[in-house]
Unconditional design. Structure first.
Lengths: 123, 460
């Protein structure tokens, strides 16, 4: 936790910050790898939701280059296992997610990101 | 379609049919409920295409005690035996060389042993000549007498005996195995829980309404101590949780320990299905897009033990205060003393209406929203639920768990539209219709003892 599947779904939501607010950039992260059960049906269902370039970018930021630049057309088991690892087995335990647009810092502590906005950010 | 006799646990009668229908839908088979079926009674005769379907239901439905192949029923034994003889094709194949056991039992009553024997003997015409085996019989035949409740009646057990409302007879197909999960998820044995944790049986019922299964993605926007996440993950789904109060999800632990919700999830062997836990206010949420989740399932805080909160202040600050406040927020802070934004109460009828619109945005087409709504029983009207719905969201089930003057309703809503809708505005000042729903300001009503608003006697 924070896994890259989650990172792929979270955008900055500060009031008025509506463009270039995704993906959030990782900073000062501590990463832990944890094995988890492989669920190909779940992955196949989730693939249409993935912002592929954001996923590739985040994975490379964290030192994982196993995924191709483009989502392949053939979703074979080898590919799904790689995707499984990147989406679900890389956990960011500590660090900050920074909005590329407004620079809001979302801190991650003990695996839980704090996405609360400050009073002046909710409008 | 063959008929099956369902024997239910006594509690949560309004949840019986919705649970069966949800699990039948999950596995994609038809469950046929006769028009005169009375779900308040613990015996129901329902139709299924295959015995295998009965086994699937018994493996998942928390409220099923047994499912029998239905042979006969009657208001007395004469009627029952006539019907049973007409259905001899169902039991004749077992008459010659199948070991068996015969059970005679009653609901709301205890049948004396002598009459139990009489009842067994009255079935002699069936000609069962196989071995009677009480320990490992090949089949179990069951005869159930259903009595009305004896509470408040001045009759002895002896006088009541035999004066049942209906008797049923059949062959046991399967025992309900899901009821054992109530013990597995017992809150008292959980490594992490809080005073708002949902009891195990009801959280399992919610997981079934949610049709939780492997390959699904489920979201709980008021995750709290994670009560909903455990049974849902147990049934194979991946779960996201969020809460405005991170302390609920973490518990009082230091950095060296995982958050409380994850420790409890580990106890149940489902930690890796808790995808992530996030701290945010659902009315100010960071979800990048809609159409994400198969199910949204939640027990929103309604104020008896903890009220729902959203970001903001009850009273607006003056300009001077605002400026000072922003400076204060931006000043350097360490990790032990993070900035905590102010919160204000989130009124329940607004929350419920928002939840439906939010779910229409976040759910995939066909997805379900399952949540508890507390309500004042005397003032409740069906329109309270109907008026929460919006285009593309259809009510599937509405089951009351009563606590006397109040109760909570488990509401199940399905997204029936393929169209994309925008996220809700979460506006606070808006008109929810003319009628004040019974759940409005539930917390205040609860602490007033559900009396009508006190007349201001100072003014009199």
């Amino acid at each position: 936790m924070v896994r890259l599947i989650t990172h792929n779904l979270l955008a900055c939501h500060v009031k008025g910050c509506t463009s270039n607010n995704f993906p959030l950039e990782f900073k000062d992260v501590q990463v832990v790898l944890r094995e988890s059960e492989f669920n190909p049906d779940f992955l196949r269902g989730f693939i249409p939701k993935i912002e592929w370039s954001a996923l590739i970018g985040a994975a490379r930021e964290l030192g994982d280059t196993s995924l191709p630049d483009q989502l392949p057309e053939m979703l074979d088991d080898d590919f799904l296992k790689t995707l499984h690892h990147v989406l679900l087995e890389i956990h960011v335990e500590e660090g900050i997610m920074v909005c590329p647009n407004c620079k809001h810092n979302y801190p991650i502590s003990n695996g839980i990101p704090n996405m609360l906005l400050a009073e002046h950010e909710i409008g | 379609m063959p008929s099956y006799l369902f024997v239910f646990a006594q509690s949560h009668s309004e949840f019986r049919l919705p649970e069966l229908e949800s699990i039948a839908e999950l596995y994609g088979f038809t469950l046929s409920v006769p028009g005169d079926c009375d779900p308040s009674r613990p015996f129901m005769i329902l139709q299924l295409d295959l015995e295998e379907h009965a086994r699937l239901l018994a493996s998942r439905c928390i409220l099923i005690k047994y499912i029998y192949e239905f042979h006969a029923q009657g208001k007395d034994y004469e009627e029952l035996h006539v019907a049973n003889k007409a259905n001899r094709h169902l039991w004749l194949p077992y008459a010659h060389d199948t070991s068996f056991k015969f059970l005679v039992t009653a609901y709301n009553h205890k049948i004396p042993e002598s009459r139990q024997r009489e009842v067994v003997e009255s079935f002699n015409y069936m000609g069962f000549v196989g071995k009677i085996d009480l320990k490992t019989p090949q089949i179990i035949l069951g005869c159930f007498e259903e009595y009305d409740s004896s509470s408040g009646l001045a009759v002895t057990r002896h006088d009541r005996d035999g004066r049942f409302r209906q008797a049923y007879f059949g062959r046991l197909v399967v025992e309900g195995s899901a009821r054992a999960l109530i013990k597995t998820f017992d809150v008292k044995k959980r490594l992490y829980y809080g005073n708002t944790s949902m009891e195990a049986e009801v959280s399992l019922l919610m997981a079934n309404q949610a049709m939780a299964s492997s390959s699904k993605l489920v979201y709980d926007p008021f995750c709290g101590t994670g009560s909903m996440a455990y049974p849902i993950a147990h049934f194979g789904a991946q779960v996201f949780g969020s809460d405005i109060d991170g302390r609920q999800m973490r518990g009082k632990v230091g950095k060296d320990q995982p958050p409380g919700v994850l420790r409890a999830a580990k106890q149940y062997g489902v930690a890796d299905r808790i995808v992530d836990l996030c701290t945010f206010d659902v009315t100010r949420n960071p979800w990048r897009c809609g159409n994400l989740f198969d199910t949204i399932v939640t027990d929103p805080p309604y104020g008896v033990r903890a009220g729902a909160k959203r970001l903001g202040r009850k009273k607006e600050l003056s300009e001077v205060q605002k400026t000072a406040n922003i400076e204060h927020q931006l000043s350097a802070r360490n990790k032990l003393e993070p900035y905590i934004p102010p919160t204000k109460p989130y009124e329940l009828s607004l929350l419920a209406a928002d939840l439906v619109v939010l779910s229409r945005y976040l759910l995939k087409p066909g997805g379900r929203l399952v949540f508890f709504l507390p309500t004042v029983n005397e003032q409740y009207e069906e329109v309270d639920i109907q008026s929460m719905l919006c285009d593309g969201m259809v009510l599937v089930a509405n089951s009351l768990q009563g606590f006397g003057s109040w109760g909570r309703r488990l509401v199940t809503i399905r997204k029936t539209t393929d169209d994309s809708y925008p996220p809700p505005s979460f506006e606070e000042e808006r008109n929810l219709g003319e009628r004040v729903p019974a759940h409005k300001d539930f917390r205040e009503q609860y602490f007033r003892g559900f009396k009508k608003e006190a007349i201001d006697d100072a003014a009199v």
